[in-house]
Design a protein. Structure first.
Lengths: 218, 233
């Protein structure tokens, strides 16, 4: 009886929604698991590359999770990491090629970081920890959730860095000329990588002060 | 536990599947990627004559302003049968001096004057740097430049593609009063005010600055005869 109920589990059951929502806040890959920091520092100078990078990672985590989970029972355990890497690498190359064809300017800004999605710890982490043991649909949701969790941080940091570093958002000037005439200057520090680290630090601080359970008891 | 045979067959099938799908994607998207590279080249050529256009307008604007593309050799003689737009400077610069195909792009701007645009290419600190230099109709004064790089250090060498570095090249001259070829120097510590043969180097980007100076000297020297003949071929 319980089996039949399980099989009829709705696509967006409470459990599945949790898979989608948890990585965005309580189990965020960047701010809680502290994975994928490298690219978060490098591609967040402007909002547009940050958004494209977030989407790319979401697509790759979702579909690699889906593919690996669908074939998880056939993968020989001795070469499972290789199989995972091949799937991830294939998806990343496809994303890279599509960006080069349709979003050339963004693809130039992201340069090597699209290729480096292959080595992003979030991906391998999710494949090993989740997709290898779960059904395709929850794995797919878990991938989307983790991609979005990564993306939320990236876009927040990109938003702040572009706004205060260049006075623009998505390439459009948002700070009025009058402010510059009145003595406002862009913060050059925002454009440099260390500021991304500081901003992520601030985000982690804010998040933990709101969610006390995230604070390490040790 | 899977057998070795299973693992071998499994990985073979996986590799074949992946290879086929990647080939489809790569071949299918290739025309669009090539277009993007061509459009970027057009944008770069136009930006050396101070025309900045978004990618969508690049082809139309290029056809409007770039009225002639030719290929010459080091002696300033025209080389026939080569498309100047597709000449790859990275390949040409490896050839012996006399055999290089040197493209010249002639831009006729709204003021009715003709400007000669020549490509330059050299080495920065980490990799290649390249660009385009345009001359006014006295074939001596630089009208504008545009540079780009593969992977110079952000904030230091990578500054060569920013306006503050490129704009001071405007109005500089590559021949001295006696008509000797001087190129444009990139001076560490700053060019003297009023020096028409030098610009400021980049602090912290010395090797890129030096590489850029070398690039201008080597590549513009190839066009010395062309420039001295005032563009007559």
């Amino acid at each position: 009886m319980s089996n039949t109920i399980k099989e009829r589990e709705p696509l967006f059951s409470a459990k599945n929604i949790k898979l989608l929502k948890n990585p965005i806040n309580l189990d965020n890959p960047i701010s809680v698991q502290v994975l994928g920091i490298c690219s978060a520092l490098a591609v967040t100078v402007q909002l547009k590359p940050a958004i494209v990078m977030a989407l790319s990672v979401t697509i790759v985590t979702a579909f690699s999770n889906l593919i690996i989970s669908s074939v998880r029972n056939t993968i020989p355990s001795r070469i499972r990491i290789i199989v995972q890497l091949v799937v991830v690498a294939t998806l990343v190359i496809i994303v890279d090629q599509v960006l080069k064809a349709y979003m050339y300017d963004v693809s130039k800004k992201l340069s090597v970081f699209v290729g480096l999605i292959i080595t992003n710890c979030i991906l391998m982490g999710r494949l090993e920890a989740f997709a290898m043991a779960q059904k395709p649909w929850p794995s797919f949701l878990d991938g989307i959730g983790n991609g979005l969790g990564y993306g939320v941080i990236l876009i927040t940091v990109g938003f702040l860095r572009e706004l205060f570093g260049s006075g623009k958002l998505y390439g459009y000037s948002v700070i009025p000329e009058a402010a510059f005439k009145a003595g406002y200057v862009n913060n050059g520090m925002m454009i440099l990588p260390p500021m991304a680290l500081i901003l992520i630090g601030v985000i982690i601080w804010l998040q933990r002060s709101k969610n006390r359970e995230l604070i390490d008891k040790s | 536990m899977h057998s070795n045979k299973y693992i071998l067959v499994y990985s073979t099938i996986m590799v074949v599947l992946v290879a086929v799908s990647l080939t489809f994607v790569a071949v299918g998207l290739k025309p669009m990627q090539d277009d993007n590279i061509r459009i970027e080249k057009m944008q770069n050529i136009l930006s050396s004559v101070r025309i900045i256009v978004p990618p969508k307008e690049a082809i139309a604007t290029y056809q409007k302003y770039i009225t002639e593309v030719m290929v010459i050799n080091k002696d300033g003689k025209k080389v026939d049968g080569v498309d100047g737009f597709t000449v790859d400077m990275a390949v040409e610069l490896k050839k012996p001096a006399g055999e290089q195909n040197l493209p010249v792009f002639i831009a006729t701007l709204d003021d009715g004057k003709k400007y000669s645009i020549v490509p330059v290419r050299g080495k920065g600190l980490w990799g290649p740097i390249w660009g385009y230099v345009s001359f006014t109709d006295d074939f001596n004064t630089i009208y504008g430049v545009t540079y780009d790089h593969k992977g110079e250090t952000p904030g230091l060498g990578a500054e060569i593609n920013t306006d503050w570095f490129e704009n001071p090249f405007q109005g500089k001259q590559v021949f001295d009063e006696q008509g000797g070829f001087t190129s444009v120097r990139v001076e560490k510590g700053g060019a003297k005010p009023g020096d028409i043969h030098a610009v400021d180097a980049i602090s912290g980007g010395t090797i890129t600055s030096k590489g850029l100076e070398e690039m201008l000297k080597n590549c513009l020297a190839n066009y010395e005869v062309y420039l001295k003949n005032k563009g007559t071929i």
